[in-house]
Design a protein around this ligand. Structure first.
Ligand SMILES: Nc1ncnc2c1ncn2[C@@H]1O[C@H](COP(=O)(O)OP(=O)(O)OP(=O)(O)O)[C@@H](O)[C@H]1O
Ligand SMILES: [Mg+2]
Length: 182
């Protein structure tokens, strides 16, 4: 049994399965609501309340974000896997309303980000759209080795989808491990 803590989800690995639980932070959410209500600035009270209750990818520091970001990532992950079945996606078998996702567990890869990104860039004609979602796509911690292939475990953001649809098969088929370890 192993435990990993991401920025929005906590993951328990039991045997060949990964159980992904959303992190929910009601104290930070409450703190943000209080700030929104008390802050005296350019915006009207209505605008401030709307902003802190909105769940917008561009605005991370909102109350909704602290409550639902992990749930939303879990729901998106299951939906993306179900609708695309891309080879590069580690299978997400099940989601219980986003409160827990069950994914196949893979082996964590230990490599520097520079070597990792450089190998990906070679396979993708140096496609800069990897930076549409740098947080997800360039972080080796979001990938595992499975059946000799590089696969991704963290695909619950909307920003990584187009890139994975465009390059996922190429990366899955041709990611060369020996370049990393040599
Ligand atoms: N299916 C899996 N198999 C093995 N390890 C996994 C799996 N899913 C997640 N992990 C581990 O748990 C960590 C956190 O999971 P994940 O990246 O999905 O969470 P997150 O909170 O969305 O991440 P981030 O911190 O990148 O926002 C991963 O970096 C990885 O080490
Ligand atoms: Mg991650």
């Amino acid at each position: 049994m192993r435990f990993h803590r991401g920025s929005i989800r906590s993951v328990l690995i039991i045997g060949s399965l990964a159980f992904k639980f959303p992190q929910i932070n009601p104290l930070k959410a409450l703190h943000n609501i209080i700030i929104a209500l008390s802050w005296k600035g350019e915006m009207t009270l209505r605008e401030r309340i709307y902003l802190t209750l909105s769940l917008n990818d561009e605005v991370l520091n909102t109350s909704q974000y602290y409550l639902f970001r992990g749930i939303r990532a879990n729901l998106r992950e299951r939906r993306f896997y179900k609708s695309s079945r891309l080879s590069i996606l580690v299978p997400t078998y099940f989601s219980l309303f986003g409160l827990v996702n069950i994914q196949r567990a893979g082996d964590i890869i230990e490599m520097g980000i520079d070597d990792f990104v450089s190998e990906i860039m070679k396979l993708t004609n140096n496609d800069q759209s990897i930076h549409d979602d740098t947080h997800t796509l360039t972080n080796p911690a979001n990938y595992v080795e499975m059946d000799g292939h590089l696969m991704i475990v963290d695909y619950g953001s909307s920003g990584c989808r187009n890139y994975l649809m465009k390059w996922g098969q190429e990366i899955y088929d041709n990611f060369l491990w020996f370049r990393i370890y040599s």
